[in-house]
Design a protein around this ligand. Structure first.
Ligand code: ADP
Length: 598
């Protein structure tokens, strides 16, 4: 059994791993960047170390800083969570060289599955076909045109090293190939450091169904049921559920067996997910994710296993302790992602900022895996997942109603969230009837009504924080030579941070935060005058027009990257570009004027 685990991650997944470690009596070590000094994961771990830096590259992707903490803390294993170092073999090998265990698959399996082209080849060798497409990188736009004309449009241009829905562009005809190819490559290089792209036929109405597998070092390989992740926006999952509704048992079994074949063919160990697209009774290998998935909790709720505990057990060399015949699926589980994004008008614009208040839901069958509490800040530098709300019930309809009830109880103030979009999805008759596909959210849902987002009525008044503001006992965080310590002090707290929280700019910021969001709204509304302003802070990736150029309403003026997403900034009107105030690489604030169209 492991003694001390370094959790090389942040946010909800770091918190989730720390919780299981605590239950297993394993000590935990957290790392945190400068903006995360007061974050929940750093507060919760037994030990926490500052690794400096602000951006992900400077902090959570800094191998040397991470290895330094591994040595200083004496941890005997590293759990990478998802994202960051979870699929980085330089890191996992370096961990091993230092005599520690990497909680995850062997580097060779990560490498085979780490890129979509080589994973398609490996799956095919294991007898599992991918979506019709190519098995090598695209070298010229003409290849896409030829493929599209032969197999039919649309065609998906996909980054071989892509993930999280990024680096994929859907092309409807040969005219748009060049721009889409360029954009896919640019996004791929920016996010994944490699710009190889390949293509697949873009299926018209598929469902995304994935299989959870786990393999130990003793010859046991099991699949733990599927997850239906068809509710997506921008090819990123919003809602996940298990079992997949209206999913024939013989296909489920065939998919589970295919997932195991793919895993064994690449020498896989530990937990992993094999993703498929399912359409017209056929399933196609999409990719394998060689790590714990964001949506793993729904599998835990219906199977009764703790996947993180199993991962730690397998990493320590212990057998799984059960076989395929022991796996039972009980009831139905649904997860929704609560992101700091404004879903108004279906735009899902990033909404970083301070969470002045967060009230979690409760009651039967409800689990909230959050990385934030009241007073915490959602930084624009990292992924904007605030929390995952997960419910379990005896059947799908009960689980759906339970989720709507739990969403109604969840109160988050200070940032916009995807909760209203989650409610819209869960209460829609198509979702209730399980008629949705991966394109349903974007093609069928009407987000216009979400413009007037108000807090749910059945939550507590935000003003009832007053009582807790009187507390005299205060936890203070101190950093001594980069290591974090907690001190408990009894002080007047009027001008101190509340227990375990970061200093607030305004302690009761209900009106402050309302003002901020309405200011932001006004700023983006200012676009109608011909002055195009930035809806959020971020970095300009590309300017697509020139001064004097004629533009149409809706034409993309520039590409703004914020919170790891490319946002197309469009002209609100037709006219001539009078001025452009930004250029590629500029870091801009929300409300900055980008261009003027007259
Ligand atoms: P990522 O690694 O970025 O998550 P995936 O290849 O797993 O990329 O695909 C993410 C989502 O994009 C899928 O769930 C699906 O909705 C959509 N997608 C990917 N490939 C195709 C395709 N060939 N046809 C239709 N949809 C696709």
């Amino acid at each position: 059994m492991l003694n001390k685990v370094l959790v090389a991650n942040r946010g909800e997944i770091a918190v989730r791993i720390i919780r299981t470690c605590r239950e297993m009596g394993i000590k935990t070590v957290a790392i945190y960047s400068e903006p995360d000094r007061f974050s929940m994961h750093a507060r919760m771990a037994d030990e926490a170390y500052c690794i400096g830096g602000t951006t992900a590259a400077e902090s959570y992707l800094n191998i040397e800083a991470m290895l330094d903490v591994l040595t200083r803390s004496g941890a005997d294993a590293v759990h990478p969570g998802y994202g960051f170092f979870s699929e980085n073999t330089d890191f996992s090998r370096a961990v091993k060289e230092r005599g520690a265990i990497f909680v995850g698959p062997p580097p060779e399996a990560i490498e085979t599955m780490g890129d979509k082209i080589s994973s398609r080849i490996a799956a095919k060798a294991a007898g599992v076909d991918g979506v019709p497409g190519t098995m090598e990188a695209i070298t010229a736009p003409e290849e896409v045109a030829v493929f599209g004309n032969e197999h039919g449009w649309p065609v998906a241009i996909k980054a071989a090293y892509g993930g999280g829905g990024r680096g994929m562009k859907v092309v409807d005809n040969s005219e748009s190939v060049t721009e889409a190819l360029e954009s896919a490559k640019r996004e791929a290089l920016a996010y994944f450091g490699r710009d190889e792209v390949y293509m697949e036929k873009y299926l018209s109405w598929p469902r995304h169904i994935e299989m959870q597998i786990i393999v130990d070092n003793h010859g046991n390989a099991v699949w733990l049921g599927e997850r239906d992740c068809s509710c997506q926006r921008r090819h990123q999952k919003l809602v996940e559920e298990t079992p997949a509704p209206n999913f024939p048992q013989d296909i489920r079994n065939a998919m589970g067996e295919a997932a195991i074949r793919v895993a064994l063919a690449c020498g896989y160990r530990n937990a992993g997910t094999v993703e498929f697209l399912y359409q017209d009774g056929e399933f196609y290998f999409l990719e394998m994710n060689t790590r714990l998935q964001v949506e793993h909790p729904i599998t835990e709720l219906v199977t009764g296993v703790d996947l993180v505990a199993l991962q730690l057990k397998v990493a320590a060399g212990e057998p799984l302790g059960f076989s395929q015949d022991d796996v039972r699926i009980n009831g139905h589980a649904i997860e929704v992602r609560i992101n700091a994004e404004d879903p108004a008008r279906g735009l899902f614009l990033p909404s970083p900022g301070s969470i002045s208040k967060l009230i979690p839901p409760g009651g039967p069958g409800v689990r909230l895996d959050s990385g934030y509490e009241s007073g915490d800040t959602v930084s624009q530098h990292y992924d904007n997942l605030i929390a995952k709300l997960v419910v379990w019930a005896g059947d799908r309809e009960q689980a759906r109603n339970r989720m709507l009830r739990a969403l109604g109880e969840t109160y988050i103030e200070g940032v916009k969230t995807t909760i209203p979009a989650d409610v819209l999805i869960l209460s829609h008759p198509d979702f209730a009837a399980a008629k949705h596909s991966t394109r349903w959210v974007e093609s069928s849902l009407n987000f216009d009504q979400l413009d007037m987002q108000e807090p749910p009525a059945d939550t507590k008044s935000p003003d009832d924080t007053q009582g807790s503001m009187q507390l005299q006992e205060t936890d203070i965080t101190a950093e001594v030579q980069g290591r974090r310590y907690r001190l408990r002090m009894w002080l007047p707290i009027s001008d101190l941070p509340a227990a375990g929280q970061s200093p607030k700019r305004s302690a009761n910021s209900k009106s402050g935060s309302k003002k901020r969001s309405s200011d932001q709204a006004n700023r983006s509304m200012g676009q109608a005058s011909g002055s195009i302003t930035a809806p959020m802070q971020g970095t300009i990736i590309k300017v697509l027009v020139e001064v004097g150029q004629e533009v149409d309403a809706g034409q993309t003026i520039c590409v703004l990257e914020a919170m790891k997403m490319e946002n197309m900034i469009e002209s609100p009107t037709s006219g001539t570009v009078k001025s452009i105030n930004v250029s590629s690489g500029d870091y801009i604030a929300a409300g900055d004027e980008l261009a003027v169209i007259v």
